[in-house]
Structures are given as structure tokens and as C-alpha cells.
Design a protein around this ligand. Structure first.
Ligand code: F6P
Length: 338
């Protein structure tokens, strides 16, 4: 357990929580620099809410956030903290923040982290600001989340490479990308790679019917000489059975050699692309500006290239993010036949 040195300055703390996302370090850096500029003493709790409960933290200063903007992962470590799902854990976190005289907390993470933040706001009187950081882009109230652009690029790179093998062998490939229960990574990487199909749960009303249509469509398409390679990008958890099983079903139905690949955690790592660094920097600065303007229980997000403040309580409305995905996919229906 660390002790905060005596100081007259107000204290602001940062956590990164949930799945790490490229650009989290850029956000930590931006919050730190802006907060120091505004007279705050800045702390980073280690491993998300765990660090708050255990009072495990470091002071963040100009030196230790220097040279971090380009690094993947998070210098503050991260965790999914089960203790925040029960009131005794939340109370412990609130007590720690009170004991350490933290006035404002910036939570960089996804919907699970924002739920933790909301629970905390019921027991703690300090200012709470969320910054959306997750590769999944599944947060309502913002068009983009930190890490999404990098994850798409990573997935795209891998899909392009697999396409070479698909093309060389005239094979069908089913490629699974991340997204927990949201199809944004599948959709964007599918569009960018020219995939013949994108499968996400948001587009499926009746799975057996959907699969029958899909199999028929693929059989028809692969009878023709174009396209020679056939790539299907599928979001994880889109179907009730595995990606390998889908590949087997396609192979059985079409008689075309079909393979599967799961891209997995490569999508979470690596240096953030420029878009994620810029987004993280903008949102980090805005988070501190919101604190200085006495705001609390909000997420700072980006809507139509404008910074917005959005109630933390509304960030988890999946029906709205689902609709956004369907709307976006409709724009590309010339390519994606399902
Ligand atoms: O939320 C980001 C994410 O990478 C999801 O896409 C994925 O389903 C999940 O995290 C995996 O979580 P964990 O790291 O706990 O296995």
C-alpha cells in the first residue's frame, strides 16, 4: 500500500480497466499532461479497480508518461475486477479513494469498466469521468473507442495474408475476429479486405435460416470462376457453434476446400495507429477539461468529429450500437451479400 505525499494540490487518479486497447497509454499521457498543466497531482492505480481497492498506485509525472504514446498495452496494467460486482468491493474502492483524498477519477475502459464506475458513483462523491477504450467499439454515445482503429488494421493485415493462401489454393476461408458480442471489427475489417461475407450476430434473426442461405450463396458463388478465393469474416460469438464447425459445414455443402482461422489476441496488441493516438489524446484532454468544468458521471466521446459529454449510465445500450452497425453495413451491400 502506497502513501500519497502531503500536497495542497487537488488529486486526480487514472485507471485502465477491462481488455487493454492500443492507445490507452496515449490517453494516460494526455490526461496526465493536461491535469498537471491545470494544477493537479496525478496518480495511476495499478490494474484497474484492483489497484484502487488495494491502494496500489504510482504518481504520474512528465517523466513517466514521456515516450509512451506509441506503446501498446497499458503502463498502468489492467484487470477485470470481480469485486466491483458486489457492494462490499465497491465500498472498499470508495473508502480507498476517500482515504487518499482523490477528487477525480478517470476510468479508461469499456462497458464493464463503466458499470464499475457507475457502481462507484453511488458510493463515492468524487468526480468520475469515463474515456472509451476498447477494441470492440461497442460503447453507446461515441462513434469510436480507443483501440478500435488499430485492431481493424491488425485484423486487416492478417486477413490480407490469409487471402494469399485462399487465392493460391482456391480455398474458402472463414476468419474469426474479436468483438466479444459486437460485430464492428468484423464489419470494418471485412469491408476493408473485400471479404465476400461478413457475419455478425446483429444481422442474424434466425440462425438455421441464415446458415442455409449462406451455404447456398457460397455454393452458387464458388461454382463460378469469380471469385477464385472466398473470404468470410465472422465476429466471435456471432454463431452458436464454432468457426471451425462453420468451415466444416461449408466444406461439406460446397465440396470446396474450406479452412478456418481465429485471429485472437494479436488484435489487442501493438503500437496504436495514428487515429487511435489522436483520439486518445483528444479524449484525454477533454476528460480533464470536463473535470475542471465540474462535470461528473459522464463519458467523453467523439460524435461526428465533435467531442461530446455523454451520461455514463447510457453507455451500455447495445440496441443502439447494433443499429449503428446495421446502418453502416447497408452502405456496403454491393459487396456483402448477407
Ligand atoms: O473487450 C475486448 C476483448 O478483446 C473482446 O473482443 C474479447 O471478447 C475479450 O476482450 C476477451 O477478454 P479476455 O482478455 O478477458 O479473454
Amino acid at each position: 500500500m502506497n502513501k500519497i505525499p502531503n500536497s495542497d494540490k487537488p488529486k486526480l487518479a487514472i485507471i485502465t480497466s477491462g481488455g487493454d486497447a492500443p492507445g490507452m497509454n496515449a490517453a494516460i499521457r494526455a490526461v496526465t499532461l493536461k491535469a498537471i498543466q491545470n494544477g493537479y497531482q496525478v496518480y495511476g492505480f495499478i490494474a484497474g479497480f484492483h489497484g484502487i481497492i488495494a491502494k496500489d498506485f504510482i504518481e504520474l509525472n512528465l517523466q513517466n508518461v514521456d515516450n509512451t504514446i506509441h506503446k501498446g498495452g497499458t503502463i498502468l496494467k489492467t484487470a477485470r475486477c470481480k469485486a466491483m460486482y458486489n457492494s462490499s468491493g465497491v465500498k472498499q474502492a470508495a473508502n480507498s479513494l476517500n482515504n487518499l483524498v482523490i477528487e477525480a477519477l478517470v476510468v479508461i475502459g469499456g462497458d464493464g469498466s463503466f458499470k464499475g464506475a457507475q457502481a462507484l458513483s453511488e458510493q463515492w462523491q468524487g468526480q468520475l469521468i469515463g474515456i472509451p477504450g476498447t477494441i470492440d467499439n461497442d460503447i453507446n454515445g461515441t462513434d469510436q473507442t480507443i483501440g478500435f482503429w488499430t485492431a481493424i488494421d491488425t485484423a486487416l493485415n492478417c486477413i490480407d495474408k490469409i487471402r494469399d493462401t485462399a487465392d493460391a489454393f482456391d480455398r474458402i476461408f472463414v476468419i474469426e475476429v474479436m468483438g466479444r458480442d459486437c460485430g464492428f471489427i468484423a464489419m470494418e475489417s471485412g469491408i476493408a479486405s473485400g471479404a465476400q461475407q461478413v457475419i455478425c450476430h446483429e444481422l442474424i434473426e434466425n440462425e438455421p435460416e441464415f446458415i442455409n442461405q449462406l451455404l447456398e450463396l457460397i455454393k452458387e458463388a464458388t461454382k463460378q470462376s469469380y471469385p477464385q478465393s472466398y473470404v468470410i469474416v465472422v465476429a466471435e460469438n456471432a454463431l452458436s457453434f464454432s468457426t471451425a464447425e462453420l468451415a466444416q459445414k461449408i466444406s461439406d455443402y460446397t465440396n470446396v476446400d474450406t479452412r478456418s482461422a481465429i485471429l485472437g489476441y494479436v488484435q489487442r496488441g501493438g503500437a496504436p495507429v495514428a487515429m487511435d493516438r489522436v483520439l486518445a489524446t483528444q479524449l484525454g484532454i477533454s476528460a480533464v477539461e470536463a473535470i475542471c468544468a465540474n462535470k461528473t458521471n459522464i463519458m467523453v466521446g467523439m460524435k461526428k468529429s465533435e467531442i461530446i459529454h455523454f451520461p455514463l449510465t447510457d453507455t451500455n445500450q447495445k440496441n443502439i450500437t447494433n443499429q449503428a452497425l446495421i446502418k453502416r453495413l447497408e452502405q456496403f451491400s454491393f459487396n456483402l451479400t448477407i
